[in-house]
Ligand binder design. Structure first.
Ligand code: NAD
Length: 261
């Protein structure tokens, strides 16, 4: 990345290659759009190929170009292929947004099914680990880059009924800090975003437990509304860019004041 001292401080991502996981929907799609608007060559990776196709078409209708790669971030072969695709198509990888994530259910720890625990940890935490393992290796070949991990305010505080989700997101924050230390001297910055309650497609058809959780979340958010995905994307763009040249290992909430209570 061009950093202060070696280039201008700008959020222009022209000439940069950016990979967004979970890019077919919600925060990932909004961020892929913002990266493309900033001039990056964008790859969207997602488990859902149909949604990925629709996302690429939607961006094209806005005059933006992106390449879709189907990948399950919990599967190392898929993640390896996803990163290789970035190198094959664009010759480099400069920005990685590890964003794919899932949540499920609303039970106390004593009732969480091991299968659900394992899948949530596999996607949210192992997926972020695998993204960094292969993504940072690719960035190092090109002289550096920026990794942004999408955690949650629930990586920093607990939430009843969300044991696996909160544990996975807390793990993402520690992975972020550790990788930031490991690669700071090699030109790779690693940061985490902690969104608060964000208006993504999950709100269109919530389960009763999700509807209750989201309504409670809005009520407890000082700004009194959900975040828009584009508001999370703004921070991702900033962290991706040379404007954030001196920021690494940081954990940054975008939460309408939720954590200030
Ligand atoms: N929406 C919120 O309120 C909120 C708040 C804090 C953090 N987050 C985090 O933001 C991230 C994005 O969430 P969103 O709200 O935009 O959700 P979303 O459901 O709109 O998008 C998530 C995308 O990830 C994809 N995905 C799921 N599992 C995958 C896998 N194994 N491999 C690849 N892709 C996979 C889905 O197909 C989907 O397209 C998640 O990590 C989530 O935990 C969301």
């Amino acid at each position: 990345m061009s950093e202060i001292g070696t280039g201008p401080m700008t959020d222009d991502l022209s000439g940069k290659v950016a990979l967004v996981t979970g890019g077919a929907s919600g925060i990932g799609l909004a961020t892929a759009r913002r990266f493309a608007q900033a001039g990056a060559q964008v790859l969207l990776a997602d488990l859902d190929a149909a949604a990925g196709g629709r996302a690429v078409e939607g961006l094209a209708a806005e005059g933006l170009t992106a390449t879709f790669v189907q990948a399950d971030v919990a599967c190392e072969d898929d993640v390896r292929r996803m990163v290789e695709r970035a190198l094959d198509v664009h010759g480099a990888l400069h920005v990685l947004f590890n964003n794919a994530g899932v949540s499920r259910g609303s039970e106390p720890v004593t009732e969480v099914a091991l299968e659900d625990w394992n899948r949530i940890l596999a996607v949210n935490l192992t997926g972020t680990f695998l993204g960094m393992k292969h993504g940072i290796a690719a960035m190092l070949k090109g002289g550096g880059g920026s990794v942004i991990n999408n955690a949650s305010v629930f990586g920093l505080v607990g939430m009843a009924g969300q044991a696996a989700y909160t544990a996975s997101k807390g793990g993402v924050l520690q992975l972020t800090r550790t990788a930031a230390l490991e690669f700071a001297a090699k030109g790779v910055r690693v940061n985490a975003i902690c969104p608060g309650f964000t208006e993504t497609p999950i709100l269109a058809k919530p389960t009763p437990a999700e509807a209750t959780r989201m309504a409670m979340g809005r009520a407890l958010t000082p700004l009194g509304r959900y975040a828009q995905p584009a508001e999370i994307a703004e921070l991702a763009l900033f962290l991706a860019s040379s404007r954030a040249a001196y920021i690494t290992g940081a954990v940054l909430p975008v939460d309408g004041g939720y954590l200030a209570r």
